[in-house]
Design a protein. Structure first.
Length: 191
């Protein structure tokens, strides 16, 4: 009879252990969910964006300064420049419009060239039968838009992710011939 009770107790111990494992599993799952939601609430994504943005801001400023001092590129207030929205070819969320505006602001600071405004670009897209919402144009379409607006130059930019690096690529294209007259790549680390 003692043997029989011992077996019952052994089954009881197995059931208690099984129950505790299930309970721990359930608690750990809800604990993980709470941690994730806590991290989402307390993760200041503005800090992260600004960190990348600050790196980008410095990188684009250096590129624009180098481009403006290039002896092979002629700039004057009469020359029009079309800036397409920055293409994000990385898997990182970046605010393309904000980054493109940063490029615009840096170019405006050098005060040597006139940038075609976005309303004129929208009008040209409508004339060409392109969607106004299509912001990511291929190079040939962007050059066509630049030609329709009598732009001399077209600025193409994109961000590529390569391992732990973000690579900013900027090209200045002479609209008349499609020739790339300035090309610069700037690498910066993802923090």
């Amino acid at each position: 009879m003692n043997k029989y009770i011992f077996l019952k107790g052994n089954n009881l111990n197995k059931n208690i252990i099984f129950f505790l494992i299930i309970l721990l599993y359930i608690n750990s799952c809800s604990f993980l969910k709470q941690n994730k939601s806590y991290l989402k609430k307390n993760n200041n994504s503005e800090k992260n964006k600004n960190l990348i943005f600050l790196n980008f801001d410095n990188a684009i400023e250096n590129i624009i300064l180098e481009m403006s001092h290039d002896q092979n590129i002629f700039f004057s207030k009469k020359i029009l420049l079309y800036i397409n929205i920055l293409k994000n070819e990385s898997n990182i969320f970046l605010e393309n419009k904000k980054l493109t505006n940063s490029i615009r602001e840096k170019i405006k600071k050098i005060n040597k060239i006139t940038i075609i405004n976005s309303n004129q670009i929208k009008k040209t897209k409508k004339e060409l039968g392109l969607s106004e919402n299509n912001k990511f144009l291929n190079t040939s379409t962007a050059i066509l838009i630049a030609r329709k607006n009598n732009a001399t130059y077209y600025l193409d930019s994109k961000i590529i992710k390569n391992n732990k690096l973000l690579i900013l690529e900027v090209k200045l294209i002479f609209v008349k011939t499609g020739e790339i007259i300035f090309h610069k790549i700037k690498k910066f680390f993802i923090l």
